[in-house]
Design a protein around this ligand. Structure first.
Ligand code: AMP
Length: 634
């Protein structure tokens, strides 16, 4: 135990130092990346809550992720693109990746995209998506990747907000061997949007036929050919120059564009690879997420490459051709660090466990899981099946890298079941009473908040809306300027945090954050809908699913209403946001002031006692809803 105590001191000392003197701490970490010109100051926090990290320093994400490694590991694999849908597998060395990124950068440049211009990337998990992100970074353009599962209305809202000069897409994705057309959704989105991109670059995978718009649409293969020998100089940008915008759902229907910087992000990700993920240059990381989510940005594309590691991009499900596919990739590419989500593990858990032991997993050091709560049976099952440490970590699109984790690169510390661990370096976490803002002690439930300045790599602002950034994130706790995560949590007497769910109406389906308000707005556009409420309820596989309760305008026309409502969401937001069920009801539970009591709806849909419903105007409504649910079940 003496040793454990001594070891503890080292995480503790480093964390304390990172809070007491962030300037000293991060100036040391900044040495992990290349600076073309040194920064003037480590941190400018003269205008809280806006923090400017490494201002005046010139750097480039693409240079640090690719060019920087050419001398030492140009011939080593940088990218493995595996599709079990098209049965294609292709590797790119750092040199080859460099060549492809230069070609893509030249396509951008010759089509008028320059530093600061936005490029929207709406793509499946193919190598070209990685080239596109890195090419944007190379020329200082700001990418905004939109998850391929989103449909035209979601896409149109993002086009209008980001105003991209160019959109890069593919004609189709593919699922279970069947082409999923992207191009018609994209055309529809552009038609819906007020802002019009000048150019649309399409990677034609030969999966589905599509029509091109003259003057606007470009064919990637032809453009690549034109730029086959292109070399595009790196655009050195200020550390505070935005690298990307990534939209995420909140409590309103309007998604928020999380804006990230360049230098702080590069430093934070590289440091996280050393402190948390323990990946070494020359090794391989396999993150099973999608580039449309923050985990994909940080740990499929940027962090492994910044760290000189190969990364695997995987298109397909964890079950095709069989449930051993991911582990076969671990064996084949000697993966040392794997990163997935609890939902994916729950999917695997339903399969024959022998698939997990069939392959040589000796290269694998850790399996990291994040994005949603990790339940004990899932954690235990996967730990026993692969016999590797399973490491939970907690963070958000806004922070870009883990807020809570075990810093295994610093010392071996005990894991506690149900806890993602302790604050990462630079995160000064407080547990606060949501009503008074008072700081809470051990074992009390409060809102997890972060004292400014946020560490490097966290969001700079909401794209184009500083006021919304301050109001949404920093002014939700009474009497304090402090960042709210909008998660409930508790801290035990050893300082380990436990996450207890969201404080807002945001739900988490299979590790993907969805705003119930967005789904409600989409459902409401159906002509026969008078009122609707959407809540998230517990689900064994996906953690949570969305459930809708809808009051029709014409109660005689409801035979196909549920199916029509699902279709509405599919076509506007995308299948990812489709509720598991929409119950057709004749009333919703409300307070006397007319507010829908979502807590009660959620309890009834989960088959739980709704608790105190004395504030409810008409308590018979809940009985009616219970009956509707039971009828549908039987
Ligand atoms: P997103 O920004 O889509 O990654 O969603 C972030 C949200 O997912 C957080 O605010 C949490 O509610 C939840 N979350 C992420 N990681 C974890 C975790 N390890 N345990 C519990 N909840 C998590």
């Amino acid at each position: 135990m003496v040793q454990a105590a001594k070891q503890n001191a080292s995480y503790k000392t480093m964390h304390e130092a990172s809070i007491a003197d962030p300037i000293e701490f991060w100036s040391e970490q900044a040495k992990l990346i290349h600076w073309e010109k040194p920064f003037n100051q480590v941190l400018d926090y003269s205008n809280p809550p806006f923090s400017k990290w490494f201002e005046g320093g010139l750097t480039n994400l693409c240079y640090n992720a690719v060019d920087r490694h050419l001398a030492e590991r140009g011939e080593q694999i940088a990218l493995v693109a595996v599709s079990t849908e098209t049965n294609q597998e292709k590797t790119y060395t750092f040199q080859e990746l460099h060549t492809e990124v230069n070609r893509m950068a030249a396509i951008l440049k010759t089509n008028g995209v320059n530093k600061g211009d936005r490029v929207l990337i709406y793509m499946p998990m193919i190598a070209e998506a990685c080239f596109a992100m890195l090419a944007c970074a190379r020329i200082g353009a700001i990418h905004s990747v939109v998850f391929g599962g989103f449909a035209s209305h979601s896409l149109a809202a993002r086009i209008d907000d980001a105003q991209p000069k160019m959109i890069i897409s593919a004609e189709a994705g593919i699922r279970m061997g069947k082409g999923v057309p992207y191009k018609p959704l994209l055309d529809e989105a552009i038609a819906l949007a007020e802002f019009k991109p000048t150019k649309v670059l399409i990677v034609n995978r030969g999966l589905t036929p599509y029509t091109s718009v003259a003057e606007r649409d470009l064919d990637y293969a032809a453009e690549r050919e034109k730029n086959i020998a292109a070399q595009v100089a790196v655009e050195w940008v200020d550390a505070t120059h935005p690298s990307y915008i990534l939209y995420t759902s909140g409590t309103t229907g309007k998604p928020k564009g999380v804006q990230r910087d360049t230098g702080g992000y590069a430093v934070a990700l590289t440091a996280s690879m050393q402190h948390i993920f323990c990946g070494k240059p020359g090794e391989t990381m396999f993150t099973t997420s999608d580039i449309g989510w923050v985990v994909g940005h940080s740990y499929i594309i940027y962090a492994p490459l910044l760290n000189g590691m190969a990364t695997i991009m995987y298109e397909g499900t964890p079950l095709r051709p069989d449930a051993g596919i991911w582990w076969s990739l671990v064996e084949k590419y000697k993966v040392s660090v794997m990163f997935s989500a609890p939902t994916a593990v729950r999917v695997l858990k339903k399969q024959d466990p022998s698939f997990l032991t069939k392959y040589d997993l000796s290269s694998l050091r850790y399996l990291f899981l994040a994005g949603e709560p990790l339940d004990e049976p899932t954690a235990n099952w996967i730990h026993e099946a692969i016999n590797k440490p399973v490491v939970d970590n907690y963070w958000q699109t806004e922070t870009g890298w883990p807020i809570l984790a075990i810093q295994s690169g610093i010392e071996t510390m005990p894991h506690k079941f149900g806890s993602p661990g302790l604050p990462s370096f630079g995160y000064n976490i407080k547990l606060l009473d949501d009503a008074t803002g008072a700081e809470l002690g051990a074992d009390a439930k409060g809102v997890i908040a972060i004292e400014g300045p946020l560490p490097p790599g966290c969001m700079q602002t909401i794209w184009g809306d500083d006021a919304r950034y301050v109001k949404t994130y920093w002014e939700s706790i009474p009497g304090k300027l402090i960042y709210s995560t909008f998660d409930w949590g508790i801290k035990d007497s050893d300082g380990y945090f436990f996450i207890l769910g969201r404080t807002d109406d945001v739900i988490n389906v299979a590790g993907h954050r969805l705003g119930t308000r967005e789904i409600e707005e989409s459902l409401s556009s159906h002509p026969n809908l008078a009122e609707v409420a959407v809540v998230g309820i517990a689900d064994q596989l996906k953690g949570q699913v969305a459930i809708g309760f809808a009051i029709p305008k014409d109660a005689t026309q409801t035979t196909t209403l549920e199916a029509e409502l699902m279709k509405t969401v599919d076509s506007q937001l995308g299948a990812v946001a489709r509720p598991a069920r929409v119950y057709i009801v004749n009333a919703l539970p409300k307070t006397r002031s007319g507010k829908i009591v979502r807590r009660a709806l959620q309890a009834v849909a989960e088959g739980r006692d709704p608790g105190d419903i004395s504030t409810m105007e008409d308590q018979a409504v809940l009985m009616h809803i219970k009956e509707v649910i039971e009828q549908k079940r039987s």
